[in-house]
Design a protein around this ligand. Structure first.
Ligand code: F3S
Length: 397
């Protein structure tokens, strides 16, 4: 990989150990993937924040990098942590976990990373623009940024996103290039899609079938009258979870569908039954209803509030979102909490230490959550659209 004079100086250690470590990561990735050089990135989004996921080894790694003087040079954000930093006691998080989790966040803050603690930074002030190069690592954010916004990012690991933030650049390969954004498969969707759960189920099927390949999706039926971004978010998050898809094009909907027309193999999907069967257990009741995977948007908070307004939930409801959005959507948050729900920031159930919280069954409208919770947290899942989660499992009518 060709390096500039400055990058060579970083790599040789002339600019200190923190920059050397960062440059080594970028250089190694560039070599593996055949990058011609590096590209400047506008922002970085760093995963691997939860103590549940990175443990003591990850915390030590971050502390060492920070002690070497690592500082980010571009806006850098954190993915969700294992708890709401303010309401962790209400979640039932053990004090030892909270202590370690706080250390991780503080260590990153000392490097200059903003404690945004959200997987949906694009919903608020950190929305990238079309064509911008990024180094993001949360898979649902990567696929959204690439597909719905038309920004350009590979699916970075936590350390490589942090390295890019410290250097201000990343290796230029994959989704940063024109070639890397071309579809490899035309997916014809012949069945109707009526809500966000159907879009999630579709994403699950596409991810399972395609692995890492980029689909060009043709929807043959009318779209439901629901915010399109919400539907595409649900589909993309599931696709990136069941497979490693990081970019999709949808005919007539996403900004690059016309630039990169359909090519490659063909796949037809005419039923979502297999997805619902794989993602859902037949549960009559659950310990918790969880909405907000990916983190809820203001529109979703409004929608939930309208469904529970003036009612009392018979089952615990957690809604996860970013702190910024929760603060902006104050009225909706109030309504949800008056009905007995809890609107949590900074976290989500997949990265929280669920085993320690005594949660054994969950109803959710997220196909991504339904995909991960059984294997990552030994939780049984009822996967259904939002309204059904709240009526059937939450007793709201
Ligand atoms: Fe976000 Fe957690 Fe889902 S990070 S996409 S809410 S699994």
């Amino acid at each position: 990989m060709g390096l500039t004079k400055e990058e060579k100086a970083m790599l040789s250690g002339e600019r200190g150990p923190a920059l050397q470590r960062a440059m080594e990561i970028i250089w190694a990735l560039g070599k593996i993937y055949g990058a011609a050089g590096t590209v400047p990135v506008k922002s970085a989004q760093i995963s691997g924040i939860s103590y549940k996921n990175i443990g003591e080894a990850g915390l030590d790694f971050l502390k060492k990098w920070a002690s070497e003087g690592a500082k980010v040079q571009i806006p850098a954000m954190m993915n969700p942590a294992g708890m709401d930093l303010k309401r962790w006691k209400e979640m039932g998080i053990p004090a030892e976990f909270a202590q370690k989790q706080s250390e991780i966040v503080e260590t990153l803050v000392a490097m200059g990373v903003e404690p945004t603690l959200t997987c949906a930074p694009y919903l608020a002030r950190n929305r990238p623009e079309f064509g911008e190069h990024l180094a993001w690592s949360e898979s649902s954010a990567v696929i959204f940024a690439n597909s719905v916004i038309g920004a350009r990012t590979n699916r970075e690991g936590g350390p490589s996103a942090l390295a890019a933030a410290i250097v201000g650049r990343t290796a230029c390969y994959g989704f940063h290039t024109e070639q890397g954004r071309k579809p490899a498969c035309l997916v014809e969707v012949a069945c109707p899609l009526k809500d966000e759960a159907d879009f999630g189920a579709l994403g699950y099927l596409i991810g399972k079938k395609l692995g890492y390949k980029t689909p060009y999706i043709r929807l043959r039926s009318e779209l439901p009258a629901i915010n399109k971004e919400l539907l595409l978010r649900a589909m993309g998050a599931a696709m990136a979870a069941s497979g490693s898809v990081s970019l999709f094009h949808v005919e007539g909907l996403t900004p690059e569908a016309e630039i990169f027309p359909a090519e490659g193999e063909r796949l037809t999907i005419d039923s979502l039954n297999v997805a619902y069967f794989a993602l859902s257990s037949p549960l009559n009741e659950v310990d918790l209803i969880w909405i907000g995977c990916p983190h809820a948007s203001p529109e979703e908070l409004e929608l939930i509030a309208s469904l529970v307004n003036g009612r009392t939930l018979s089952t615990r409801l957690w809604v996860t979102t970013s702190r910024e959005i929760a603060e902006k959507a104050g009225k909706a948050v109030e309504v949800i909490e008056e009905a007995g729900g809890l609107v949590l920031s900074d976290t989500c159930l997949v990265v929280a230490p669920v085993e320690a919280l005594g949660i054994k069954s969950v109803a959710t409208n997220s196909a991504k959550a339904a995909f991960y919770l059984p294997s990552w947290a030994k939780v049984q899942v009822a996967f259904a659209p939002l309204e059904e989660c709240l009526t059937r499992y939450g007793g709201v009518r």
